[in-house]
Design a protein around this ligand. Sequence first.
Ligand code: NAD
Length: 475
Amino acid sequence: MSNPHPSFRDSVDRMFTHAASLMKLPPGLEEKIRVCNSTYTVRFGVRLRGAIHTFTGYRSVHSEHMEPVKGGIRYAMSVNQDEVEALAALMTYKCALVEVPFGGSKGGLRINPREWDEDELERITRRFTYELSRRSLISPSQNVPAPDMGTGEREMAWMADAYKRLHPDDINAKACVTGKPVTIGGILGRVEATGRGLQYALREFFRHPEALKRAGVEGSLSGKRVVVQGLGNVGYHAAKFLQQEDGCVIVTVVEYNGTVSNPDGLDIEALKAHVNETGSVAGFPGATFREAGLEGLEDECDILIPAAVESVITEENAPRIKAKLVIEAANGPVTAEGDEILKKRGIVVIPDMYANAGGVTVSYFEWVKNLSQISLGRLERRHEEARNRMLVEEITRLSADSGVKWTLSDGFKEAYLHGADELELVRSGLDDTMRESYMKMQEVWFGDDRVEDLRTAAYVVAIRRIANVYGSLGL
Ligand code: NAD
């Protein structure tokens, strides 16, 4: 009998099993791919405020069919073994889907980061890193963490430094974590990467009239009403880019301590500044405020972006969701039951493993940059500019010699002569990844009648790729 309230990991497993049931995998391989290889639990003490405080952390390795394994580290009180295992599994499938050559991992520390000051968090993080390093659960060649909920550049910098001190002779030490500040080996565009990737994913979806038809959406992104849950790294960047660059109207922002709405649109940059200053969305000028809760997810809109935590769209509220399109910025925001209901109601879900893959994609670029010890574009940029200049000068000369006056359009020369810098290369690589991966999912979605949704399609693509790796390894 099926459990009416599955855990996050059960939800992921169910979605996986449904997709695998549509495939012909060699006997036993489905189970091998699905199970989590190992989860390490550590309890360590740190002396703070005159007493020893004991913290519990996890690092789960879902699949090592490719190494290093990759996955963020989350700081939250809700962190538990089930959650990190579900997130590690999603990392395996995500990396396979977007062709990032890593296995899946995830970590977490049960802590409320708001309860500790910066010095204390640094001591806790360095101690956690030491525990992980002792078991090769942080290592440039075996296991590479990154930011997730409650962590960011600052924590990654502490981890990178702690690792370097433990392994001073490792020339690749910097590559032990991604999402670092640029000053210590990070890459331009990593902070915005997940939100940027989500924007590219939506742009790609809107390039396909048949996909839009299935969602019952018309026209372009411009003017689409959007509800966002979570104004953290992912939600803020996604909302900002969609508002400023695609003309979306952000009508509601749901945060853990309140919801604000304005049918004419909320200025995301101003709202973020307000939250940074006051700690809450409450009191934001020109917006209607509601107490904390999930009701905002049910607001009238075209696109719903859950960008906070898992399991927020369930069998309970899925019948009342009004969006036509849900794009999962967070990992696992829709439960297996919620997903069934949305599907039956014709609401298209762009799944987490694709929608938020921008983070791991740019993390991959950062890892490559660290191993090659050189920033992207440094060798080619001026060479590219010189060749472009030659071409423009030649055209100008030909025009003069032929007596026909050709005039280059305004701004063409400057734009064409400009060689791509690191940020432009990162965005280009990310855009390419999001477009190509979408097409692979869509081929399965449109090409197989048994595949009813993009999530199943994403799993099919990912499982096929992982199965191929196992096949090549002779397992
Ligand atoms: P973050 O800590 O920067 O932001 C999370 C935001 O959600 C915060 O503003 C927080 O106040 C809010 N929030 C927390 N609980 C909430 C609740 N119950 N209701 C409403 N709002 C709530 O985290 P993030 O890095 O933006 O991650 C958000 C989600 O995106 C997570 O599921 C994470 O796994 C996923 N993700 C993050 C990345 C990344 O690169 N950071 C990459 C892929 C996926």
